[in-house]
Design a protein around this ligand. Structure first.
Ligand code: KG4
Ligand code: ZN
Length: 338
C-alpha cells in the first residue's frame, strides 16, 4: 500500500506550525514561535494574525524541505479548524484551502483539542500508544480539560475549567512574583529547589470534574501583597519555596480531579498533553501514580505536547483513513464542540 503524505498546518494561537507525516510517522515538525507577545505579557490576537501571515509560507516550505517531500507528493492538507483565535485560524485555513485546491488533494479540518489527545498516536520510538478507552487530560495556557476518549473521533469532555486555564494559573502566579512571561517553566525550575509545603494555599471547591483557577491566583496575589508589605524582600528571600508551594497546590488540584475521574469512569489509562504537561512535578507525580494507584500514564514527547502541527497531521492521517474530508466551504470556529 502506498504511504500517505499529509501536510498539516496549525495556527490556532501564537505559534505558526507545519508538519509532514508519512502515515503516522513525523517526517518534519516545524514551529515558528512569535516572540513579540512576550513584551506584552500575553498573546495579542491582532499581532498573532499578522505574524501568521508572514510566517506561514516559509514555515510550510521548511517543513516540506526537512521532510524531503515535494508538494506534488502530498496526499492531503490538514489544518486546525478551531478552537482558537479567529484571526489566527483564518490564516491557516485560507492557506490550507488554497493549497488543497491547487494540488487537487483532499482538505481535512481538524479539531485542535482532539489533536492534543490524538498526538499520542504518533509513531515514536520508545513511546507507547494508549488503547481505547482512556482519559485524556489537556493542560496548557489555553485549555484545561479531562476527556473520556472512546475512539479516535468519539470523545466526551467530562471536566473543564470554569475560568482560567491551568497554564494561566502558572503564568499569572509567576507575574505576581515578577517573573517574565510565560512564567510556567520558571516556576517549575525554582520549585525544584524549594519546599512544596512551605506555604499553604487552599484548593478551590468546585463540584464534579470541573476546575477553577482564578481564586487561587487571587489568593496568591493577596498572600504576596501581605508579606511584601511586612518584608519588601519577601519574594527574593522565599522565591523557591513560594514557587514549590504554588506548583504543589496546582498539581494537587489536577490530581484530585484525575482521581475522581478514574473513580467515576473506572478507566485507569491517563494520557496528558498541552504545554503544562512539560512540568516536571506533574510528570513525577503521574509516574508515581502508576505504582501508587495502578494507573498507566502516557506523557508524549515534549514537541508534541505544546501547540504543534504534527498532532494535526496525525488526526489528518486517521481522518484520511476514514475518508473524513471537508469541502472548501468549511469554516473556522473560535469555539468548537467535540
Ligand atoms: O501548549 P502551550 O505551548 O500553548 C497553549 O497555551 O496552547 O502551553 C503553554 C503553557 C504556558 O502557560 C506555559 O507557562 C506552560 O504551558 N508551561 C509550563 C511549563 N512549560 C510550559 N507550566 C508549568 N511548568 C512547565 N514546565
Ligand atoms: Zn493547544
Amino acid at each position: 500500500e502506498k504511504p500517505l503524505y499529509i501536510l498539516a498546518i496549525e495556527s490556532s494561537c501564537d505559534d505558526t506550525a507545519a508538519a509532514v507525516l508519512q502515515n503516522a510517522k513525523v517526517l518534519s515538525n516545524v514551529v515558528a514561535r512569535q516572540a513579540i507577545h512576550e513584551e506584552y505579557g500575553g498573546v495579542v490576537p491582532e499581532l498573532a494574525s499578522r505574524a501568521h501571515q508572514q510566517n506561514i509560507v516559509p514555515v510550510v516550505n521548511v517543513a516540506l524541505k526537512k521532510a524531503g517531500i515535494t508538494r506534488s507528493e502530498l496526499s492531503a492538507i490538514a489544518f486546525t479548524q478551531g478552537p482558537g483565535l479567529m484571526g489566527s485560524l483564518l490564516v491557516g485555513s485560507s492557506f490550507a484551502k488554497s493549497l488543497a485546491l491547487a494540488l487537487n488533494v483532499p482538505l481535512i479540518a481538524v479539531n485542535h483539542m482532539q489533536a492534543h489527545i490524538l498526538a499520542h498516536y504518533i509513531d515514536e520510538d520508545g513511546y507507547k500508544k494508549p488503547t481505547f478507552p482512556f482519559l485524556g487530560m489537556t493542560i496548557s495556557g489555553g485549555h484545561t480539560q479531562i476527556v473520556r476518549v472512546n475512539d479516535y473521533f468519539d470523545m466526551e469532555v467530562i471536566g473543564e475549567t470554569t475560568d482560567d486555564a491551568v497554564g494561566e494559573a502558572f503564568d499569572k502566579s509567576a507575574k505576581i512574583l515578577g517573573l517574565p512571561y510565560p512564567g510556567g517553566p520558571l516556576i517549575d525550575k525554582y520549585a525544584k529547589e524549594g519546599n512544596p509545603k512551605a506555604f499553604l494555599f487552599t484548593k478551590p471547591k468546585v463540584a464534579g470534574l470541573n476546575f477553577s483557577f482564578s481564586g487561587l491566583k487571587t489568593q496568591i496575589l493577596y498572600f504576596v501583597q501581605k508579606n511584601v508589605a511586612e518584608n519588601p524582600d519577601f519574594i527574593a528571600e522565599n522565591r523557591n519555596d513560594i514557587c514549590a508551594s504554588i506548583q504543589h497546590t496546582i498539581i494537587n488540584i489536577l490530581m484530585d480531579k484525575l482521581k475522581l475521574a478514574v473513580k467515576e469512569t473506572g478507566i485507569t489509562q491517563i494520557a496528558i498533553g498541552g504545554g503544562v504537561s512539560a512540568n516536571s512535578g506533574i510528570r513525577n507525580t503521574l509516574t508515581e501514580a502508576q505504582t501508587k494507584y495502578g494507573w498507566t500514564c502516557y506523557i508524549p514527547k515534549f514537541e508534541y505536547t505544546t501547540d504543534n502541527a504534527a498532532m494535526i497531521g496525525i488526526v489528518g492521517y486517521h481522518k484520511y483513513r476514514e475518508q473524513l474530508f471537508n469541502d472548501s466551504a468549511v469554516v473556522s470556529k473560535a469555539r468548537i464542540a467535540f
